[in-house]
Design a protein around this ligand. Structure first.
Ligand SMILES: Cc1cc2nc3c(=O)[nH]c(=O)nc-3n(C[C@H](O)[C@H](O)[C@H](O)COP(=O)(O)OP(=O)(O)OC[C@H]3O[C@@H](n4cnc5c(N)ncnc54)[C@H](O)[C@@H]3O)c2cc1C
Length: 402
């Protein structure tokens, strides 16, 4: 059976798929293979994880998490999902600062593409990484830790430097969150974008570029009944207004642990309509948010026919070379498209064209047509660690200009 990504729009071309059960087996496999790449949980929407050689899935490697409560750190196996990791941390009174909308994604795959949640003060998931353990091209092991010169190139690295075997993550004390959905945000309220996005620990706007709802994840109760002219949702909501909300984390302001509120989707359910979508996301400097959003509302009629829903989030800057948030506080404008690539592509191109004046960067794990330039220091790091390009694929070759 052909192995595909979650959405089924990429069929992996690997000649073999391997599931090593130990570090030694993985090292031998990587050393012997002329072309190899790791696959996480396969949730990216493009061919970033593909290879024509050997695809390595680390789902049978030892999966113990080493938690150091005193240092507030955890060393996590690369293929572990956030869904599995989060309750283990919570049981020890610890938490991740943030999570993505879906907890089913692997830690290594998520940080490799710059995956993020929302929150003015919270950077992407990769910024929580303080050390990366890798198997490099000749089968040797390498640890790069925060403070090492090459570390900022090794976290959001698109699988191009080697196979990551574990990641050490910064933790915070466990905390409670209340999730509210507010409906009927008027486009006039965009003038208050900064205040709206600052009014929760994690805030998302969901819009079809006509009607807009706000998902507010707060550590405190929301008491204002007519918050920014909106009304409270009278029942739990799915990000897609027509879908049932049974796959969604608990809303209506009921307090609960961080990992049961920060993701939009529950770990024990796939989102409704799982896989029946394509996604794109463009990440802009935060200061352009309102102007850029107004441009998109103005072309909403062109976007809507191929759109399921858009989500707008804010993300704090980091210093990771390939991160879409490198050096700038950002706004992420996300598009969940219908699963019709030929219909979506011209609209995606229109969106990219519209946002070009605002210097957008693409989400590495989603669909895009305009490639950003590759930082020279990342190119040098790839040449140093993988001189024969065994971890390279079509995706990284375009990025590296090969
Ligand atoms: C329903 C859905 C919701 C999503 N929600 C969000 C969201 O809220 N926020 C967001 O930012 N993104 C989101 N995404 C995108 C998703 O987070 C990214 O595509 C992410 O990369 C998925 O992780 P993965 O483990 O599936 O990675 P994969 O797609 O399997 O791989 C991604 C990259 O990581 C590399 N990789 C994986 N494992 C390793 C390893 N061990 N060593 C070296 N390289 C490795 C692969 O080679 C590839 O280059 C969503 C996707 C879906 C399908």
């Amino acid at each position: 059976m052909t192995l595909t990504n979650w959405a089924g729009n990429t069929a992996f071309r690997a000649r073999d798929v391997h599931h090593p059960t130990s570090l030694d087996e993985l090292r031998r496999l990587v050393a012997a293979s002329p072309r190899v790449r790791a696959l996480g949980s396969g949730h990216s929407f493009n061919d970033v994880a593909d290879t024509t050689g050997d695809l390595v899935v680390l789902d049978r490697m030892p999966d113990e998490v080493e938690i150091d409560s005193a240092a507030a750190k955890a060393r996590v196996p690369a293929r572990m999902t956030y869904a599995r990791l989060a309750p283990l941390l919570n049981e020890r009174g610890l938490a991740l600062a943030n999570m993505a909308s879906l907890p089913h994604i692997s830690v290594a795959g998520s940080v490799a593409t710059g995956t993020h949640g929302s929150g003015d003060k919270i950077p992407g998931l990769a910024a929580a990484v303080s050390a990366v353990d890798l198997v490099t091209a000749d089968g040797s092991t390498l640890t790069l830790a925060r403070g090492d010169a090459d570390f900022p190139g090794a976290v959001v690295a698109l699988g191009a430097l080697g196979v990551v075997t574990s990641l050490t993550l910064d933790l915070v004390p466990a905390f409670e969150v209340r999730q509210y959905v507010r409906e009927g945000l008027s486009t006039d309220a965009l003038a208050d974008f900064d205040e709206i996005m600052a009014s929760g620990y994690s805030v998302s706007l969901f819009t079809d570029w006509r009607e807009t709802r706000v998902w507010l994840k707060r550590t405190e109760e929301l008491t204002s009944p007519d918050w920014y002219g909106t009304r409270p949702a009278d029942r739990p909501r799915h990000p897609l207004p027509t879908m049932p909300a049974d796959s969604c984390t608990l809303q209506l302001g009921v307090p609960g642990p961080w990992h049961e509120r920060l993701p939009h989707f529950r770990p024990d359910f796939e989102p409704s309509g799982a896989g029946d979508e394509l996604q794109s996301e463009l990440i802009l400097p935060r200061e352009h948010a309102v102007k850029a959003l107004r441009e998109l509302y103005a072309i909403g009629e062109r976007i809507r026919p191929v759109l399921q829903i858009s989500e707008v989030r804010t993300i704090a800057a980091d210093d990771l070379w390939l991160s879409p948030f490198h050096g700038r506080d950002s706004v992420g404008i996300h598009f969940t498209w219908v699963k019709d690539l030929s219909g979506v592509l011209p609209v995606l191109e229109l969106v990219e064209e519209t946002l070009t004046p605002f210097d957008p960067r693409p989400h590495w794990g989603k669909l895009f047509t305009r490639w950003p330039s590759c930082p020279e220091r990342f190119r040098s790091l790839v040449e140093t660690l993988d001189p024969a390009g065994k971890f390279g694929n079509d995706f990284t070759r375009i990025l590296l200009g090969e």
